[in-house]
Each structure stands twice: as C-alpha cells, then as structure tokens.
Design a protein around this ligand. Structure first.
Ligand SMILES: [Zn+2]
Ligand SMILES: [Zn+2]
Length: 378
C-alpha cells in the first residue's frame, strides 16, 4: 500500500498520486473523492469515489501495475516486430473489400484537387525508405500499416511548399481529419493542421489567452545548481531555476487557438483563477516607456499589446506560427498498387438483343440523314 499524507484539509498525497475531497452543495457530510494527480495513463478526472479508501486502493493498484511494467525487460526488436505485424496485419483485413475513391468523387471543402508539375518519388524509392524505417523501429508499422495499406499524397500547403505524405486511405477527406504530431512540442496538432519542412520567416502572432486548464500532475522537483548551464544567460536561469527541492504541479492547458501547452512547476496551492490577465494602463504605459528607451523588440511589443499578462511565455504559442493548411492535394496512389481485378467476361448477346441494337443504330442514322436533307432543302 502507498503511504498517504494529508497535506491540507481536502488533499491527500502519496508520491505522484493526489486525492482531493469534493464537497456536495447542501449536504455538509457528503463527500466525493477524486484522483486529481497521477500519471498520464491513469488520470480519470471524471471518476470519483464515495470514500477515501476506495480512491487510495485504486491508486495503489495502479502503482503496482506500473511497478510490474517498469520491471519487465524492454521489448526486443523481434517482439516489437511480432506485435506490430499482428496489429498492422489486422488493419489490412478489409483490403479486398476496399472500394477505390472515385476519381470524380467530391473534393473536400476548402481543398482543391490538382496535379503538380515534376515527378513524385517512385513507389520503389518510398517503399525502400519505409522498409528501412520499419526495420529500425518495427512499431512504426502499427501507425502506417502494411505497405499495401499506405496511400501516397502530394500536398501543397498555404505557405506554397509542396511535400509528399503517406496516409492510410485514398479518401481525401482523411487529409482534414488526421492529426499529426508537432515534433517541437511533442503534441498532436488539430486535425487538418500540418507542418512543412520549408524555411519561413517566423510569423509574429498575438499572445493567446488560456481557454481551459485541463489537469495537473504532481512532480518532485530537485533543486538545481546556481550556476547557469552553458546555453543559458544567468538572469534567465535565476528566474526559472528550482531553488528548493519539493513537490510541484505540472499543469496542462489549452490556449485560445486550440493548441495545448504545459505550464510546469507551479506551487501546489496555485490555482488557475490566480492568473492575472492585464496590468493597469498606468503600469503598461510605464513599461512601454522604459522599453522604448532601450528598444522594444517584437516579443515585448506583443506582451504589451496583450496587457502584460501572467505566464506570458506560455501564451506565445509555438505551434501557431508554424502550422500550415492544405490548399491543393494530388493523390499519388497506393504505395503497393492492388492487383488489377479480373475483368468479368462479356455476356453473349441474344439474337433479339443484337437485332434491337442494329435497329437503334439504323434509326439514329435515319434521323441524321433526315436532318441533313432538311438543311439542303432550306
Ligand atoms: Zn512551407
Ligand atoms: Zn496555437
């Protein structure tokens, strides 16, 4: 069992786990207990318990599970390959019954179908790269599936860049529903958002507001050395350095643009309602004057425009200036094109059907001749 400490009236903690007691309006003796801080794979904000011991038991059983998983040896490449092939193989079960997306099928709203100049990479080349990537990390097969289930696209983004991408269906609507990972933040972007590999000047965007505060996790933060690491300025390091070991809460929030951000190392008693949105106009005027005297850079300009709010660094969304939308798509076909379906043998026509066809042809010819004659008579 875990050792629990009651840190405040309604808050019990044990390691990374924390349980909060919630009061019921109008019923002073009726409580619910929710697990509010725990590892990502376990947090259930909507799951409440009627008594403290139930909530604690659930945390303990999760801690036990984690321990068992942590002690298990890492999966070998062979084990990964086996698991990936079972899952990826299962995904391809409906390959036979796949109906191709019609070439004149509807074009998703906001997109255009087109053909780009220049040759796309060959299937052989892409397949070779895919197989190399999978041999290094077999689990990639789970995401992309078997080569037979990979569809290739060429996309033009709103920045003008044209890039090739892999998908799992030939339906262009999937281009707007797939959610790709932002390699910089490690988070998934919103469906239909992409990052291009091109180099562009950084867009200057207004600071965002916090749309919602989603959850937090308790973490034991170790005291960090006073001396700034190589890549840091001393004053910046002093501002963020953990000066005393202790428990902190790492919060997850969603910004007004829809992107998520991690606000780390907040004190345990900190709550989002403490976030100050604006300084007074007098303070803002004073700060502006001070900065203008030494030169106002883009970031501080935007900070002033936003009212110099709290947690401003987190409001400067790192995804927004890099996010692209698709403008034009070109379907390139399946990475491994399906074998052509055997053609149905033509049905022999009966003598009656043959005569009917000849009669129709003769009638058409007669009509054409009559029209020609009419033209000559006029
Ligand atoms: Zn671009
Ligand atoms: Zn954003």
């Amino acid at each position: 069992m875990l050792d629990w400490v009651q840190e405040s009236t309604d808050y019990w903690v044990s390691g990374v786990y924390a349980i909060r007691r919630l009061h019921t309006d109008g019923a002073p003796k009726k409580f619910r207990f929710v697990i509010v801080s725990a590892p990502e794979d376990f947090r259930r904000l909507d799951h409440s318990h009627n008594c403290l011991s139930d909530a604690q038991r659930e945390c303990a059983s999760h801690a036990n599970l984690k321990e068992v998983a942590a002690e298990a040896p890492p999966l070998s490449v062979k084990q990964q390959a086996t698991i990936a092939s079972i899952i990826a193989g299962g995904n391809g079960n409906d390959r036979e019954g796949r109906t191709p997306y019609p070439s004149k099928g509807p074009v998703p709203q906001g997109l255009n179908r087109g053909t780009f100049p220049g040759q796309a990479r060959s299937n052989d080349e892409v397949l070779h790269d895919y197989q190399k990537a999978v041999s290094e990390a077999p689990m990639r097969r789970i995401w992309f599936g078997e080569p037979e289930d990979i569809f290739r696209w060429r996309l033009q983004f709103d920045c003008g860049c044209i890039e090739e991408r892999l998908g799992r269906t030939d339906d262009p609507h999937s281009l707007l529903t797939v959610s790709v990972k932002d390699w910089l933040t490690g988070r998934r972007l919103m469906p239909g958002e992409y990052l291009c590999a091109g180099r562009h000047e950084k867009l200057s965007i207004p600071l965002r507001t916090f749309a919602s505060w989603n959850k937090y996790t308790r973490r034991f933060a170790e005291e960090e050395p006073e001396e700034a690491p190589d890549s840091w300025e001393q004053d910046e390091w002093d501002a963020i350095r953990c000066k005393e070991s202790g428990w902190v809460h790492d919060w997850e929030a969603t910004l007004s643009c829809g992107h998520e951000v991690a606000v780390r190392s907040q004190p345990l008693d900190w709550t989002p309602d403490r976030v100050r949105e604006r300084l007074s106009d007098e303070r803002l005027a004073k700060i502006r004057a001070d900065f203008e005297a030494i030169g106002l850079d883009d970031y501080h300009q935007r900070l002033l425009e936003a009212g110099w709010p709290d947690l401003s660094a987190y409001r400067d969304c790192s995804s927004c200036p890099r996010v692209r939308k698709i403008v034009v798509y070109e379907p390139l076909g399946w990475l491994v094109p399906p074998p052509p379906k055997p053609r149905k043998p033509r049905k022999e026509k009966s003598p009656k059907e043959r005569l009917e066809i000849r009669l129709k042809e003769a009638e058409l010819e007669a009509r054409r001749l009559r029209a020609e004659l009419e033209k000559l008579e006029n």
